[in-house]
Design a binder for this molecule. Structure first.
Ligand code: NAD
Length: 326
């Protein structure tokens, strides 16, 4: 790609995840990675050296040289950093959750709107190849079950598990159920850290759909599963192993295609179940979401997970957290 067509992009915050942002941006032809900034000078120098990119000692200088920026700092800094970036007329990619409060998120949305800039937020599971493999399959859930369990890691414990992990599933659920929320019930426990480490939430939508989400960061095993139950179908997405399985029930016997099996249930009325394991393309979700962001800038498109949908997810997460706090 011609250099003048590439988007000048920077990364602010090059800790655990910021490292991967730089690594992936460098593989995207549309990205011209102009430099990075981190408040930890040692980490900044290490990452600049590792990725052969310029280290900026003042992030305002980086913002002046960029058209777009990835913000990969701790959640409590997202608002200030994103506000500075929008002020310098940069498009912003912000790691999830968008901000700590809904008021902050709405302020960023207003700033972006006034300056004609895009906000995309790192709800990465929406770019998980397993989730994308659902394609344009009709999803009309009546019941959703999500489990997101992770071993303990001090990183991320600056926010409760609802804002750290559950927000991924909230984003997914809101993308699947385009209806208003009628009620939220939740409970959670601080087991290891100073904030809630394990939580369960039950979201009831006005169309009757119920979503039950369990998130833990004190689990021995890792699990990231979504199960969708709807009339005549059961769909399961495993974000961790990258697999999808679908079960479709019908009265007439379906033809078994590749990667599928048909079971028959004898009952009052004979029913057939078509089991399928759709093909999941290989792909790096982080690279895909960053490429999507740059493409949205180039083509003036609304990104798949824009600031508005991330703000809605944050709003629900905060309702859940408030319900836990009582
Ligand atoms: P981290 O602690 O490893 O890295 C954060 C980095 O930001 C550190 O290097 C720190 O020195 C730097 N920093 C702190 N304040 C700064 C500031 N004001 N300006 C510049 N640099 C600053 O944390 P992490 O795990 O990389 O998480 C960063 C963000 O990414 C968080 O918002 C987190 O929620 C998000 N995250 C998202 C996912 C996902 O699945 N999408 C996964 C992990 C983390």
């Amino acid at each position: 790609m011609n250099n003048s067509n590439r988007i000048k992009v920077g990364v602010i915050g090059v800790g655990h995840l910021g490292n991967f942002h730089v690594q992936q941006l460098k593989t995207i032809p549309e990205a011209d990675v102009v430099g990075i900034f981190d408040q930890d000078a040692g980490r900044l120098a290490e990452m600049a050296d590792e990725h052969s990119v310029k280290a900026y000692s003042d992030y305002m200088d980086l913002l002046k040289d960029c058209q777009a920026v990835s913000i990969v700092t701790p959640t409590n800094t997202h608002f200030d950093v994103a506000r500075s970036a929008l002020d310098q007329n940069c498009h912003v990619f912000i790691e999830k959750p968008i901000t700590q409060t809904v008021e902050q998120a709405k302020q960023l949305l207003e700033m972006a709107q006034a300056r004609g800039k895009l906000i995309q937020v790192g709800h990465i599971e929406q770019f998980n190849p397993a989730f994308l493999a659902l394609g344009d399959r009709k999803i009309n859930p009546k019941f959703i079950e999500c489990h997101r369990l992770a071993p303990f890691n001090a990183r991320g414990t600056d926010v409760p598990v609802v804002l750290d992990l559950m927000i991924h599933d909230i984003g997914i659920i809101l993308s699947l159920v385009p209806d208003r929320i009628r009620d939220i019930r939740a409970s959670g426990v601080k087991v290891v850290s100073d904030s809630v480490d394990i939580a369960n939430a039950r979201i009831e939508f006005e169309n009757g759909c119920i979503a039950n989400i369990t998130s833990s960061r004190i689990s021995q095993k890792t699990m990231r599963k979504l199960r969708i139950f709807q009339e005549n179908a059961y769909i399961t997405v495993d974000f961790h192993t990258g697999t999808v399985e679908t079960y479709d029930v019908s009265e007439s016997e379906p033809a078994a295609a590749e990667n599928s099996m048909v079971f028959t249930i004898e009952g009052k009325r004979k029913k057939h179940i078509l089991y399928q394991k759709p093909f999941v393309e290989k792909g790096n979700a982080l690279r895909m979401e960053l490429a999507h962001f740059l493409n949205a800038i180039r083509e003036s498109l609304r990104p798949a997970v824009d600031g508005h949908s991330a703000t809605e997810a944050l709003e629900v997460a905060i309702r859940i957290q408030n319900s836990i706090d009582g």
